[in-house]
Design a protein around this ligand. Structure first.
Ligand code: MN3
Length: 200
């Protein structure tokens, strides 16, 4: 049973005006689909991995045979990170989180705005392609980090809560080189109920 590309739960144009329909379509149907196909191709010789959760694989890449480890790191990361990416977004979302996540953010960063600025700045500052992350560490505390390419925070023992894709394919059609503008608009699409569920 190969890894499966999940369908979007909203229309291509549902995230307008913050993310244009063409970007959503290309990003999901081409980029995410290709990561998924290449992950499956890499593991064809080792079908026992199809029985595993992608998080379990990424959390210890040394269990992956060396000849496909690089491919699994890249395409497995791409597969998993985009699952998180699409799931945490939605039309008419944004605003701020509530409940336990809101408390944890306030206690760690001082305020939601301070947290938002720190994650935005970290994401904008990624050199080249990569991701900005809010994660939970092994002791349950919140931490902001970034990863290059499709490297996963899961491989560093972190549990992803919220992520910002700052690969150019995530924004270039609409924003061209204006990554900071895309990151600012990103916050209008965050589905905090989904993000809070990850925190729990
Ligand atoms: Mn992407």
């Amino acid at each position: 049973m190969a890894f499966i590309l999940k369908e979007l739960t909203y229309a291509y144009d549902a995230l307008e005006p913050f993310m244009d329909a063409k970007t959503v379509e290309t990003h999901h149907d081409k980029h995410h689909a290709t990561y998924t196909a290449k992950l499956n191709a890499a593991l064809e010789k080792y079908p026992e991995f199809f029985k595993m959760d992608i998080v379990a694989i990424l959390s210890d890449l040394t269990i992956v045979p060396e000849d496909v480890r690089g491919a699994v790191r890249n395409h497995g990361g791409g597969f998993y990170h985009h699952n998180l990416w699409w799931e945490q977004l939605g039309p008419k979302k944004g605003g701020t989180p509530g409940g336990k996540l809101a408390e944890a953010i306030k206690s760690k960063f001082g305020s939601f705005d301070a947290f938002k600025k720190e994650l935005s700045d970290a994401s904008i500052g990624v050199f080249g392609s990569g991701w900005g992350w809010l994660c939970k560490d092994a002791s349950g505390g919140l931490v902001i980090t970034t990863t290059p390419n499709q490297d996963s925070p899961v491989s560093k023992g972190l549990h992803p809560i919220l992520t910002i894709d700052v690969w150019e394919h995530a924004y270039y059609l609409k924003y061209q080189n204006r990554r900071p503008e895309f990151v600012e608009d990103f916050w209008n699409m965050v589905d905090w109920e989904k993000v809070s569920a990850r925190y729990k």
